[in-house]
Design a protein around this ligand. Structure first.
Ligand code: NAI
Length: 297
């Protein structure tokens, strides 16, 4: 049985959708939860602490412990205040789920730089700011579980979501390095790629699919990834009963002598370069470079 007794968790964007479900499920398994939400609309406009308050109240009504905080994840001072409140009340922060997000979908041709920046700011910089605010504390206490939220758009691309895809894959890069830097301090960092019926997807997915894809179908993977026995550096996809892992793989490729290092060689042998026979997942970027230099045969 996975439990979170005596653990303190911050869940960003937990006023609705997936974050609300994570907060409720963590609390039901014993965690004390900071429910964060800016309470704006799907494109990030507006703000109200009512959404976060309502979920914190829901948790308390079920016998759990929760407080609400309405800061934007992009506001360094607000995030510092939120972490300070959690520490002041409960003395520790063990879990951070970076879940807050907005959408400003348009084709790249029609997308303004402002729409691009706003999406990168909330997803990427919001996750960086919240993670930075708990990182030192987690290292000191030699325990931490941090979850990033990516998307199939970041991993594989989706039409009309260039800003969102860029921000979402950036989180995987952030996670990969933090997983390495956190390892010796007991800080584990993972990423979830959800697929669920929320206000973010209500007009993107067909109704028949939405019915089977409530946030409760994603939450089990999220809770596993912030549990005591969590792995580190993993990307898990979850939704509608499906659980998969996503990897950035490296093919065996070819290794040629200096005189063959020409664009024509690449063109002539592109099928061999791209062949997925014997592909691998390097544990670090350095390991990938080493493998390339060794002419991995
Ligand atoms: P949602 O719109 O219900 O939840 C996002 C929450 O973040 C909202 O409650 C919103 O008020 C809050 N938020 C937005 N900007 C904020 C800010 N600056 N500071 C604090 N809170 C802020 O949507 P959903 O689907 O629950 O999304 C949760 C996460 O999952 C997002 O990161 C989203 O990109 C990601 N995701 C969701 C998928 C899905 O199928 N629903 C698919 C892939 C990723």
């Amino acid at each position: 049985m996975i439990r979170f007794d005596n653990r303190v968790a911050i869940v960003t964007g937990a006023g609705g959708g997936l974050g609300r479900r994570y907060a409720l499920d963590l609390a039901a398994r014993g965690a004390r939860v900071v429910v964060n939400d800016l309470g704006g609309s799907r494109d990030g406009s507006g703000a109200s602490s009512a959404m976060a308050e309502a979920v914190a109240e829901e948790i308390r009504a079920l016998g759990g412990e929760a407080i609400a905080h309405g800061t934007s994840v992009t506001d360094e001072a607000g995030v510092a205040d939120m972490v300070g409140e959690a520490l002041g009340r409960w003395g520790q922060v063990d879990i951070l789920i970076n879940n807050a997000g907005i959408l400003r979908d348009r084709t790249f041709a029609k997308m303004t730089i402002e729409d691009f920046r706003a999406v990168v700011d909330v997803h990427l910089m919001g996750s960086v700011i919240c993670t930075k605010a708990v990182w030192e504390r987690m290292r000191e206490q030699a325990y931490g579980r941090i979850l990033m939220t990516t998307s199939s758009t970041g991993l594989y691309g989706n039409f009309g979501q260039a800003n969102y895809g860029a921000a979402k894959l950036a989180l995987v890069g952030l996670m990969k390095t933090l997983a390495l830097e956190g390892q010796k301090y007991g800080v584990k960092v993972n990423t979830i790629a959800p697929l669920a019926a929320t206000r973010m997807t209500e007009d993107l997915l067909p109704p028949a699919l939405l019915e089977k894809m409530g946030p409760e179908t994603v939450s089990p993977a999220a809770l596993y990834l912030v549990s005591e026995g969590a792995p580190t550096g993993m990307v898990l996809n979850a939704g509608g009963g499906g659980f998969e892992a996503s990897y950035v793989t490296l093919t065996r490729g070819i290794h040629v002598a200096a005189d063959a290092m020409t664009p024509e060689t690449v063109a002539a042998r592109i099928d061999e370069i791209c062949s997925r026979d014997g592909e691998m997942v390097p544990e670090t970027g350095a390991a990938q470079a080493q493998a390339a230099l060794a002419g991995r045969g």
